[in-house]
Design a protein around this ligand. Structure first.
Ligand code: DON
Length: 331
């Protein structure tokens, strides 16, 4: 516990923090009409464009949940953080980073322009599609199910149950993903892939279709905030050096071509997905004042109306407001 820290993890304080967050969610819910639900994967178009929900979980059981919480949704690009972590754990950081770099592209998530222009030895980072598909090819296993087994195991350890693939989303994505197939063929041509292209793409589509909730995202965020250690069991789920690289990637590349703005105005590692989810990690801060969640927390957001970059439009505004109100920026 930080010296001078006024413990806000009490029921009385929880009530007024809850009221604040409820008011903020109600306010930012109005902003959902400035965005648009993803439609390039037909199944995602069915999401409620007005939905906005958030879960914040701190150490010691402090939880705030607000808004539309009765939604589960596909994890989409947020899975890229987890597949990168699993690949590093199973194959070693050096092996993975020799095959995928850690540099932002400043371009759309599904672009390969930067690869074609620069012709680098490896894709720019694991959080754009070219890097993520390459990581899917680096996962151990000959089939997509074998490759995803460690990812499911990691998630189960963190969220407390084994998540499932939303088969409708998987089929919808698989049958419409012309761009990802094009990226896959380009990666194959350039020699970046280590597994069969069909298996690699199937792995990528399946990992994007895993069903989760804002609670699950907050729990994943809390473990990352706690340097990979489960806050309840003290088990090391993710080695500290892997968690550290994952968080730095989230901060520099996690919100795609809006990552710089998000780092400047919100200032916490985060990763978005086109179904409207955001995974955010608030590391512990050292402050001599009365702020909630000083020991760090994980935040999960769901708001399917997206901005031009594919990030939840109201979710980003809500996170920005919370991070500024509670001084959560890492800078
Ligand atoms: O590759 C795709 O098209 C999706 N399955 C994942 C993209 C995604 O979530 C991008 N996020 N903002």
């Amino acid at each position: 516990m930080v010296q001078g820290y006024v413990n806000l993890n009490t029921e009385k304080n929880k009530q007024w923090l809850q009221e604040y967050v409820d008011n903020w969610v109600t306010f930012f819910k109005k902003q959902t009409d400035t965005g648009k639900v993803a439609d390039y994967i037909p199944k995602l178009e069915e999401a409620d464009p007005d939905a906005l929900g958030i879960t914040i979980i701190g150490k010691g059981g402090m939880q705030i949940r607000s808004g539309d919480l009765n939604h589960s949704f596909s994890i989409q690009s947020i899975s890229k953080v987890l597949s990168f972590i699993v690949a590093c754990i199973d194959r070693g950081i050096t092996y993975i980073l020799q095959r995928v770099d850690v540099e932002p592209t400043g371009e759309a998530f599904n672009s390969i322009m930067h690869l074609q222009i620069n012709n680098p030895k490896r894709p720019f980072n694991p959080l754009v599609n070219s890097g993520a598909i390459t990581v899917s090819s680096l996962l151990n296993g000959n089939t997509s199910d074998e490759k995803l087994e460690p990812l499911f195991n990691l998630m189960e350890k963190i969220i407390g149950y084994r998540p499932e693939i939303d088969v409708d989303v998987y089929v919808s994505e698989r049958d419409t993903s012309m761009r990802n197939r094009a990226i896959g063929y380009y990666l194959l041509e350039e020699g970046y892939l280590e597994s069969d292209l069909g298996v690699t793409l199937e792995t990528y589509f399946k990992q994007c279709s895993i069903n989760i909730t804002t609670d699950d995202l907050a729990r994943i965020g809390l473990v990352l905030s706690n340097d990979g250690i489960h806050p309840d069991t003290e088990e090391i789920i993710i080695p500290k050096n892997v968690a550290r690289i994952a968080k730095s990637l989230m901060l520099t590349c996690g919100m795609y071509d809006a990552s710089g703005k998000f780092a400047s105005y919100v200032g916490i590692p985060a990763k978005s997905g086109v179904s409207g989810g955001i995974l955010a990690v608030v590391p512990p801060r050292v402050r001599n004042n009365d702020l909630p969640f000083l020991d760090g927390c994980g935040i999960g957001v769901f708001g399917p109306a997206l901005d031009k970059q594919g990030n939840s439009v109201a979710g980003i505004k809500l996170l920005r407001h919370i991070a500024n109100s509670w001084d959560m920026s890492v800078f």
